[in-house]
Design a protein around this ligand. Structure first.
Ligand SMILES: [Zn+2]
Length: 263
């Protein structure tokens, strides 16, 4: 029978039962260390697969006749500082810093690293990874959209009148008026819902997302237009707030749980 364990991203093994017992004695294998032996379909934390592995060697000191499973969590529950060791922020076990990764002020052991990285990917740590776009760059994107909208509005307002020239019913003017009124919101909802950015924001490399980084739905994009108008009413205070918020939120971003980020 051969046994393996993971240490600092490396696979250690094949080991005999006796060698594995020694690794346990040394503390190289703890409850969260990923281990594998034949008959397992995947690597698992030692605590979940201990029955398939040899126990600590009988000569090991200070272990009363207990299984490794019960012996090790006892250590994990008491992360008292040991010289040269760090407590894992996930499992609480004590490990050599050489075998751990550092994330901010936290240390993560090799065994917990895959799970920890998965958590990060799933958004737990995403907030700090987002690059929020500030006030002036958003003003620049807004001005671009304003120019594009102005051109679009002129076109959709006057083209129907030209198409119905000679028609005295006024239908051309009516169509133009209706289109002119809805083009702005339609432009905004379509582009934000479909591409997460208006053409102005796209040109500058900005994106509107939810606070957790997920996409903004069409209804939310629609609601954000009205929230935007609301934020602009008190002398633009809700928009200027972007410049003073740690996550660069305007009031409309707070109302709609959105953030503007750089791609
Ligand atoms: Zn750990």
């Amino acid at each position: 029978m051969s046994y393996y364990y993971a240490k600092g991203g490396d696979k250690i093994g094949p080991l005999t039962g006796e060698e594995f017992g020694l690794a346990l004695d040394r503390g190289d294998v703890g409850p969260s260390t990923l281990v594998w032996t034949s008959g397992m379909d995947n690597w698992k934390p030692f605590a979940d697969a201990a029955s398939l592995f040899p126990a600590r060697s009988p000569s090991a000191p200070s272990v009363p006749a207990a299984s490794p499973v019960s012996a090790y969590p006892a250590q994990a529950e008491n992360p008292v500082s040991q010289p040269g060791k760090q407590a894992c922020a996930e499992c609480g076990g004590l490990f050599d810093p050489d075998d751990m990764v550092r994330h901010g002020a936290s240390w993560i052991c090799a065994g917990c690293k895959p799970l920890f990285l998965q958590k990060l990917r799933e958004g737990v740590g995403l907030r700090s990874a987002m690059n929020y776009a500030g006030f002036w760059i958003r003003v620049a994107a807004y001005l671009l959209d304003w120019v594009i909208n102005l051109v679009l509005t002129v076109v959709v307002t006057f083209v129907p009148g030209l198409l119905f020239i000679g028609d005295d019913s006024g239908i051309g003017g009516l169509i133009g008026t209706v289109l002119g009124a809805i083009i702005g919101p339609a432009y905004y909802v379509f582009f934000v819902g479909k591409y997460a950015a208006t053409p102005g924001k796209m040109a500058i490399g900005l994106k509107i997302v939810r606070s957790d980084g997920s996409r903004v739905s069409y209804p939310r994009a629609f609601a954000r237009i009205f929230a935007l108008s609301l934020a602009a009413i008190p002398l633009g205070a809700g928009l200027i707030a972007v410049g003073f918020d740690p996550e660069k939120r305007g009031w409309h971003d707070r109302i709609c749980d959105t953030r503007v980020i750089r791609k």
